[in-house]
Ligand binder design. Structure first.
Ligand SMILES: O=C(CO)[C@H](O)[C@H](O)COP(=O)(O)O
Length: 221
């Protein structure tokens, strides 16, 4: 029986991720509870980095509270690493993200990085994506039209109640999608007019997965 809690595993992968932070670099930082542990670890070594590019207002606030400089993405060049959590990750390191609603900025910052380091606990490691609903960020006026298209793709969209993204948009959480080919499903959703971004990260897949398990942190490439 496991003696480690899910938070223990999140903390362990957050600590391990520090090994992937290059000296004198600006790194991309994701969003969520696992990333919050990572930001707290990063604070301990902040003297050896130049700063971060953040993927959400929440992560920006936490970084700044630790005295870590936060830069605009447009003012920096290519990032060496982007470190973020996931809601699900498969064996090809494709992910579902967006449980926290920060998917668009996460995908943008990830796209600017050479390497995506995913930090997650083992409950999120799956052979097939889709048990976790796919978040789709939509322009508010397109909510119904996008929802109908998502039904055509086989999903059951549900509006995330009382939630607005950092970009002022809405989130549809899409249940029951049959994601046999993550890249194809990501592309199909992205092509719907009114969609800003979807939470399938197949194009911006992870390069390294740090997986928190009962017997320690596994490094999967
Ligand atoms: O994609 C995300 C936020 O948009 C998060 O990375 C994802 O939801 C995982 O969060 P947590 O570490 O809290 O389980």
């Amino acid at each position: 029986m496991s003696t480690l809690t899910q938070d223990d595993k999140k903390r362990a992968v957050a600590r391990k991720a520090i090994d992937f932070v290059p000296d004198d670099s600006i790194i991309g930082v994701g969003t969520g509870s696992t990333v919050n542990f990572f930001i707290d670890e990063l604070a301990r070594i902040k003297a050896r980095i130049d700063g971060c590019v953040s993927s959400s207002d929440a992560s920006t606030a936490r970084l700044k509270a630790h005295g870590i400089p936060v830069y605009e993405l447009s003012s920096v060049g290519e990032l060496q690493v982007y470190i973020d959590g996931a809601d699900e990750v498969n064996h090809s390191l494709h992910m579902i993200k967006g449980g926290g609603g920060a998917l668009t900025r996460e995908k943008i910052v990830a796209s600017a990085a050479r390497e995506f380091i995913c930090i997650a606990d083992e409950a999120k490691y799956v052979s097939k994506l889709g048990a976790f609903p796919v978040a789709v960020e939509v322009i508010p006026m397109a909510r119904s039209v996008v929802a109908r298209e998502l039904v055509h793709l086989g999903g059951h969209p549900e509006l995330r109640q009382g939630f607005t993204t950092d970009n002022g948009n809405l989130i549809l959480d899409v249940h029951d999608l049959d994601i046999l080919k993550p890249l194809e499903m990501e592309t199909a959703i992205n092509q719907i007019a009114g969609v800003v971004c979807c939470g399938i990260f197949a194009r911006q897949h992870a390069h390294v997965l740090l997986l928190g398990a009962d017997d320690g942190v596994k490094v999967i490439r």
